[in-house]
Every structure is written in C-alpha cells, then in structure tokens.
Design a protein around this ligand. Structure first.
Ligand code: T4K
Length: 370
C-alpha cells in the first residue's frame, strides 16, 4: 500500500506535450491577456461543451460572483445559504450588500425553498443559491419565489461544471450562473471562473465590468474591475477540455466504488444521486451520524493520521465566521439543518486518477473503525 498522502482532490492536468504547442503559440504572438485568441477559443469551446449560449471567462470564481452582482445592479440584502465556501458570502458583502442566510434542505444540502419566502423583506434585492457539490438546487421552487417577488437569481455554480438536468445544462437557470475553474475543481485553468448568462446585452455588460468598464480606448461607462482570464489560463483550459469526458467517467467510477464500499457501514450516509441529473461527481461528501462509533472530527483525525486528507466542507458555516456571526439570520436557531450537517459532514478524497487501491484505503479505514 502506498504511503503518499491522499488529498481531497488532485488537479486535472492534460498531458504536458499537448500543452507545449499552446505555450509556443503564446510566445510567438506575445498576446498574454486582454481577450486574446485562446480566450475567445475557450469561450466558444466551453459554450459548446456545456450547452450554454453566453459565457464570459474570469480570473477566478470569486470575481465572477462580484461582477454578477454588479452587472445586475444588486443593492440591499441578498438571500443565500451559509452552507458554502466563504467566497459566496464574501462576494455579497464585498459588493456592499448584506447576506441574509436561510437554512438548507436536509437531503440536497442546498437552500431550502420552503424557507425562502419568510426571509424576503423590503430590502431584499436578489437570491444567491449554491448548487453545493454540484447537486442541483430546487430550481423550479426557487424561481417561483423569485418571480413572485420580482427578484433576480444568481446561482453560485462553482461546483456544477457539466451538470445537467432534464432540460440540459443547469447553468441556464436563473439570471446568471457562476463557475469556478480553480485548481481543485473538476475542470480547472489553474485559477479561473466564468459567468453564464441569458442574453448578449448582459454578456456585453459583464465583459465591460471585468475590463475596468471600458467601452473603447477612451470611453469608460461604468465602474469596473480587472476580472480577465489570461491567455495562459485559457490555453490550459483548451488543452484540458478534450480530456473532460474521460475525467468525469473516472470520477463516476470512483463514486460507485465508494458507494458500494460504504453501503453496509452503519452511521455513514452517502448523498443520494437523482437519476434525472447528469452528475459531475465533483465531491464525495458523507454524513457521519450518531450510529457510527467515531464523531466526524474523530474520523477526520483518524483519516489524517493515516495520510488521507479529507476535508470538512462546509464547516464552519459561513454564518459562523466573526464578520457574519452577529447578523440576525446567522442565529443557529434560524439554521438548524445547516448547523447539524456542518458538524457531521466530511468530503472524502475523489479525483479522476484515484486508484481502486486508494479508494479502498479510505473505505477500509472507515470500515475498520465501524
Ligand atoms: N463558490 C463556491 C461554492 C466555491 O466552492 C468556491 C471555491 C468559490 C465560490 C470561489 O471560486 P474561486 O474564486 O476559488 O475560483 C478550495 C479552493 O481554493 C476553492 O476554489 C474552492 N471553492 C474550495 C471549496 O476549496 P481550500 O482552501 O480548501 O483549498 P486547498 O488549497 O486547501 O486545497 C485542497 C486540497 O487540494 C489540498 O489539500 C491539496 C489539493 N491541491 C490544492 C491546490 C490548490 C492540489 O493538489 N493542488 C493545488 O494546486 O479551498
């Protein structure tokens, strides 16, 4: 058995010899950024691969989230989930808005639409749900509440690359969806991200905001920022994209090995997979229930001691961080499901070239402690 550490994820990389020609081309052209040829090619390739019409590339998912809020002119309260990476909450606050937390559904671990209506007030300006672990939110129910109140919906789809429901890409729902192409994501460009939106005018506005608000060389029509993806990141994405089908298939196989291997372990609960969804298997979260002899934190430590670096995504809740904890909606009584799940969740390592030996190393530690 190998002694090398097993991390929660391992970045997806194309064969080096397939990336070198892209580098040579950049060295020849000397176009390094600001919407060069690879940037355009990656937008086209992703829009085809993901089945979406309008996509804008970004330097990372966080700046994409902020740009989305700015592009929709959101000012006031934004209703969101505390069960997410802190970037979701920070992006809202960074844009001068106030995050208002609603609880999550105990099965999907996404924003509970049944609790949404009660959180909406006079100051509510938008809804920002998260497709956590790539599991689709209850899109119809969220949209119904949004429509009833005339609110835009911005999906944090950082985990949801290539996830589809019966209508196709889940990125098509709501007013905008944001992707992250961070090194740890299913598809990466080292650092990177994107916004998917519904129309060409919005896309143009987004593209201006991410380039300082420039309309042309001498005209700036709004406050902008630098959210641009570089040519080297876009080139990397182009080299990686042809390998994504195989990578997703390998993740699916790893997911199956885990599910079968953990089936009989009392107190270890895997998340259900809806058969109407094309999943991307971006994470392998399990809930450590009271029936399991170890607490979540004890299991986390046992795994760490054995060189298996699982992660407690998402613990703490973002509402528990010091800058948010005093908000009224952060009260644990308002967030009973999220609070409970955050204390029980552990994401086991899953990456496309994870071997059966590695998968069983993790499974056996969990079984041996049962
Ligand atoms: N919204 C949501 C819902 C998100 O999950 C995220 C990001 C965002 C928005 C914001 O998108 P970005 O602005 O990041 O594009 C990681 C990532 O940094 C972050 O992108 C991600 N979510 C979050 C869930 O996970 P950390 O602090 O847990 O990552 P780190 O550095 O501890 O890496 C985890 C493991 O991955 C390491 O133990 C080893 C392995 N690793 C990591 C890196 C960076 C590698 O093998 N190679 C690497 O280069 O946040």
């Amino acid at each position: 058995m190998s002694n090398s550490p097993i991390y929660v994820t391992k970045p997806e990389l194309p064969p080096l010899d397939e990336f070198i020609p892209f580098l040579e081309s950049i060295w020849d052209s000397k176009i390094l950024t600001n919407g060069g040829p690879f940037h355009k090619q990656l937008e086209d390739a992703l829009s085809e691969y993901l089945g979406v019409k309008h996509i804008a590339l970004f330097a990372n998912g966080s700046i994409a989230l902020m740009t989305a809020l700015k592009a929709l002119g959101v000012k006031g309260e934004v209703i969101t989930t505390p069960y997410t990476f802190v970037a979701t909450t920070h992006a809202i606050d960074w844009c001068g808005c106030t995050p208002v937390f609603v609880d999550i559904d105990p099965v999907s671990l996404n924003m509970d639409p049944a609790k949404l209506d009660a959180a909406i007030g006079k100051q509510t300006a938008a809804i920002m749900p998260v497709h956590c672990y790539g599991v689709p939110c209850d899109i119809e129910a969220i949209q119904k509440v949004a429509d009833d109140h005339g609110l835009p919906v911005i999906y944090d789809a950082a985990h949801a690359f290539a996830v589809e429901d019966k209508e196709g890409s889940i990125l098509q729902h709501g007013d905008m969806s944001i992707l992250s192409f961070h090194a740890t994501k299913v598809f990466n460009t080292f650092e990177g991200g994107a916004i998917v939106c519904n129309d060409a005018d919005t896309l143009e506005r987004i593209n201006r905001i991410k380039n300082h608000g420039f309309v042309d060389q001498t005209t700036v029509d709004q406050i902008g920022t630098n959210g641009k993806m570089s040519e080297i990141a876009a080139a990397f994405g182009l080299a990686l994209l042809p390998h994504m089908d195989a990578a997703l298939a390998s993740r699916k196989a790893g997911d199956t090995v885990y599910r079968n291997g953990l089936l009989q372990v009392s107190g270890i609960k895997c998340m259900p997979l809806a058969n109407t969804v094309t999943h991307n298997y971006s994470y392998f979260p399990v809930i450590v229930e009271g029936k399991y002899p170890l607490t979540r934190d004890q299991l986390y430590q046992v795994l760490c001691d054995a060189g298996v670096h699982a992660r407690r995504y998402f613990y703490p809740l973002t509402s528990e961080f010091p800058m948010y904890v005093d908000r009224p909606s952060s009260a644990p009584l308002n967030l009973p499901v999220a609070t409970k799940v955050s204390g029980q969740i552990i994401c086991l390592p899953l990456f496309s070239d994870m071997t059966n030996e590695q998968l069983f190393q993790v499974i056996n530690i969990i079984r041996d402690n049962a």
